[in-house]
Ligand binder design. Structure first.
Ligand code: ZN
Length: 306
């Protein structure tokens, strides 16, 4: 049986010490990254943030959008990833070409990207906006860590106030981009009930330690591979304590832009702004997420004074 792809697989270690999510991205990631002609190092970094977004998308419990923005002051200026509750995912990057080239010349793009090399002192902004009237959530933390997994751990500690471990991998397999990720979150005070009715916290602490050690044994190949079924990988890692898997969520590249939406935005601009955008009697609007170009004749935009 071929292993399923483009998914978030939630699971729980049966000792109740940890819960987590395993992410596998194939065509969805390749479609996002191939829509742009980014240098490899930028595509790889954006891919890593997309995997992180997929891992965190489990925090969207109902209709809404999760947006991750990573701001930098060096080669990377901005990475944006957004995901909807129903698994639509998209992303884009803004960067300084000359600085990226310089970094690539130093061979940095060949190994796992190190966050400070590309961002300088960056910051990570996570937004959760719900479709209903619930208050949006925003978390802002400095991008602290050498690799993205470490930055995600800092974010989790500061914003979610819980210990979590992350692994993120992105690479080309057979010419196409693939991504994989694993997150393990400590369920701190919830020791399981033993027969006496007391929480067995010592065993839970041991189990958490064991789960972290096992997590570290995962290879990049396993994270990126389509050969190993996600259930088999989770079983290999956590079978000593038992692991329970829940139904997986599917992810697909899908941009929410449309001609109507772009037109609405244009109609909200003041005339003076719109006039600056006119080239050859037309306004061209380019969607940074999917690279689609929308073209408007002046008579198609209501508010332009003719
Ligand atoms: Zn678009």
């Amino acid at each position: 049986m071929k292993a399923p792809d483009n998914l978030v697989q939630p699971f729980q270690v049966e000792s109740m010490a940890a819960q987590g999510r395993l992410v596998r991205l194939g065509s969805a990631l390749n479609e996002i990254l191939s829509a742009h002609n980014y240098p490899d190092s930028v595509a790889r970094l954006l891919g890593e943030f997309i995997v992180l977004g997929a891992i965190l998308s489990g925090t969207l419990k109902r209709e809404g959008v999760l947006t991750i923005q990573a701001y930098g002051e060096e080669a990377i200026r901005l990475l944006v990833v957004d995901l909807t509750h129903d698994g639509n995912i998209r992303g884009y990057a803004r960067f300084d070409e000359a600085q990226i080239e310089k970094l690539s010349g130093q061979g940095i793009s060949k190994k796992t990207p190190e966050i400070p090399d590309f961002f300088g002192s960056g910051r990570l902004v996570v937004n959760l906006v719900y479709g209903d009237s619930a208050r949006p959530y925003q978390g802002i933390v400095p991008l602290e860590g050498c690799i993205l997994a470490e930055c995600a751990e800092t974010y989790f500690k500061q914003s979610v106030q819980s210990e979590a471990k992350f692994m993120v991998a992105v690479g080309r397999v057979g010419g196409a981009w693939r991504g994989g990720g694993l997150m393990l979150q400590h369920l701190e005070t919830r020791g399981y009930q033993v027969q006496s009715g007391e929480n067995d916290l010592d065993n839970t602490a041991e189990s958490w330690k064991r789960a972290k050690i096992m997590m570290r044994s995962v290879t990049e190949k396993e994270l990126l591979s389509l050969e190993v079924h996600p259930h088999d990988l989770l079983y290999r890692l956590f079978n000593e304590d038992g692991v329970r898997v829940f139904p997986f969520e599917s992810l697909q590249m899908n941009c929410r832009c449309s001609k109507d939406r772009v037109e609405q935005v244009l109609n909200s601009f003041p005339d003076a702004e719109l006039e600056k955008m006119i080239v050859d009697d037309k306004i061209l609007v380019h969607c940074e997420f999917c690279n689609h170009e929308y073209q408007f004749r002046l008579d198609q935009i209501d508010c332009i004074s003719q």
